[in-house]
Design a protein around this ligand. Structure first.
Ligand code: ADP
Ligand code: MG
Length: 248
């Protein structure tokens, strides 16, 4: 199996404080990897380095064997890394379908996307995406009227429309109801059949739902342990760092 991502001896210092500290990590193409860790462990910084928002102080990040050093964020996105931020970024005054149309037709202008007629391939792509994200019945609704969880799913759909090789999602279950959490989890599991995904997560129920493969535990910017969900849950070091955490 080829490695989609390899991270070697990665350190990121902010004024001497090491948000990531000599981190080593690798994942195979096609994996759904869940990364957990207490607040401040360095999870978001980890995604910031992969996407080029933050540069390594030392160490390197290889994506499909290519060193990402000094490549700007927008170029890394074009290389095939898509990132879903914690808060949904969708066009609230456009319908669900129009939001998807926009990303499916990025080479055309906005006007022709909204008022022109999409060709059959584009229509099929958008219809497929609507079904994947479970919003076909709400296709003509303004995004503004969606629940928080539905907006999360729409944004995930918009990312998938850009066919990234690697999909990064940061705490997709944050602020969701139990039912919405389950829907987002089911969506990630179905996308995992055809995508490589890194899901950063704090919510343990959600992790239990989606973590069929390897789970990586970060702590103080380093790798604490890796294994299946049941292995890491029983690891005394993991229990200690989670118990030591202040309640949210
Ligand atoms: P997590 O996502 O696991 O909660 P973060 O990656 O957001 O953790 O942060 C890791 C540590 O790095 C925290 O202690 C945070 O305060 C610090 N940190 C993150 N970004 C910056 C920054 N731009 N400047 C200074 N410190 C930062
Ligand atoms: Mg974070």
């Amino acid at each position: 199996m080829s490695k989609i991502l390899e991270i070697e001896n990665l350190t990121v210092s902010f004024d001497g404080f090491k948000a990531l500290n000599n981190l080593n990590f690798s994942m195979d193409s096609g994996e759904l990897r869940v990364i957990i860790g207490p607040n401040g462990a360095g999870k978001t910084t980890f995604l910031d380095v992969i996407t080029g928002k933050v540069q390594p102080t030392t160490g390197r990040v290889l994506f499909n064997g290519k060193n990402l050093k000094n490549i700007p964020e927008y170029k890394i996105a074009r290389l095939g890394i898509g990132r879903k931020f914690q808060t949904p970024r969708v066009y609230l005054n456009l319908t669900v379908r129009e939001n998807l149309d926009l990303v499916c037709n990025q080479n055309k202008n906005v006007f022709s996307t909204l008022f022109g007629r999409a060709n059959t391939t584009e229509q099929r792509t958008v219809a497929g995406l609507l079904e994947t994200i479970g919003l076909d019945a709400k296709a003509n609704l303004l995004a503004n009227l969606l629940s928080h969880g539905e907006k999360q799913r729409l944004e995930i759909g918009m990312l998938v429309a850009q066919s990234p090789d690697l999909l990064l999602v940061d705490e997709p279950a944050a602020g969701l109801t139990d039912e919405e959490t389950e829907n987002v989890g089911a969506l990630l599991l179905s996308l995992a059949e055809s995508h490589s995904i890194i899901a950063i997560e704090h919510d343990m129920e959600f992790v239990r739902q989606i973590a069929n493969d390897q789970v990586t535990v970060l702590h103080q910017g380093s790798l604490l342990c890796e294994g299946t969900m049941s292995e890491v849950q029983q690891d005394p070091r993991v229990i200690e760092v989670y118990l030591g955490e202040a309640p949210e």
